[in-house]
Design a protein around this ligand. Structure first.
Ligand code: ASC
Length: 150
């Protein structure tokens, strides 16, 4: 492994081992981080949804690009759900922390559905994309219904 990769691997390993708050300077930063990641996901879900609904013409390259952004973003929000961040500027329900295993399982379901959506997007076949898009939306909705103050 090249030296730089070794350093990067060590940094990533170290970051993963640190307590969650250490990754953010203050709790508000964790809230902002997860909200930002969710905002970007919502934006790219919207772009894909417009193609799935036929409101904009299907463009395979755009669909694949959106699915790539979504795949990366789907991994980000959850590190931001650190203890004690049901603040006034957050719509996160306290149940996230009292039912953490259920919340994490929901996050994983969404991430797995996102992998399938990414594979479908690479096929450049709109029917396959439509079929894979539904489960992602359902996974989003299920957690939003349970854990997000609408
Ligand atoms: C989206 C988005 C959500 C979910 C949800 C699914 O595209 O922004 O919050 O899907 O609407 O029902």
């Amino acid at each position: 492994m090249p030296r730089l990769h070794l350093v990067a691997a060590a940094v990533i390993g170290l970051t993963g081992a640190l307590p969650a708050l250490a990754q953010f300077q203050k709790p508000e930063d964790a809230v902002k981080y997860r909200q930002s990641a969710m905002f970007v996901m919502g934006n790219h879900m919207g772009r894909l949804n417009a193609m799935v609904q036929g409101r904009v013409p299907f463009d395979a390259a755009q669909a694949a690009a959106n699915a790539d952004v979504l795949l990366v973003m789907s991994k980000l929000p959850f590190v931001g759900f650190i203890d004690g961040t049901t603040a006034a500027n957050s719509k996160a329900k306290p149940e996230i922390w009292t039912e953490r295993a259920k919340f994490d399982a929901g996050a994983q379901r969404m991430q797995e559905a996102m992998v399938k959506l990414n594979e479908a997007a690479k096929s450049a076949n709109l029917d396959q994309i439509k079929a894979a898009f539904g489960p992602v939306g359902q996974a989003c909705k299920s957690c939003h219904d349970s854990y997000w103050k609408q």
